[in-house]
Design a protein around this ligand. Structure first.
Ligand code: SF4
Length: 71
């Protein structure tokens, strides 16, 4: 499993929602994105969102190894 976290550097650009709407949505009150589910099965679409984030705010961690998954 992978864990998706979004840091406070998120500016709410919405790129992640556009790339991977099944994994991210925008919290309008916070003005930031949030993962729809924190823990997900590995999926390249999540890494596409990581690569497209202008703030490098999304981190994906492999829960078995504890390692950050590179986009
Ligand atoms: S792409 Fe990055 S900066 Fe934009 S909403 Fe998603 S996490 Fe935030």
């Amino acid at each position: 499993m992978w864990r998706i976290t979004i840091s406070e550097t998120c500016i709410g650009s919405g790129s992640c929602v556009g790339v991977a709407p099944e994994y991210f949505d925008l919290d309008d009150a916070e003005g930031r994105a949030r993962p729809i589910r924190a823990d997900v099965e590995p999926d390249e679409t999540v890494l596409d969102a990581v690569a497209n984030c202008p703030m490098e705010a999304i981190t994906v961690t492999d829960l078995e190894t504890g390692a950050t998954v590179d986009a």
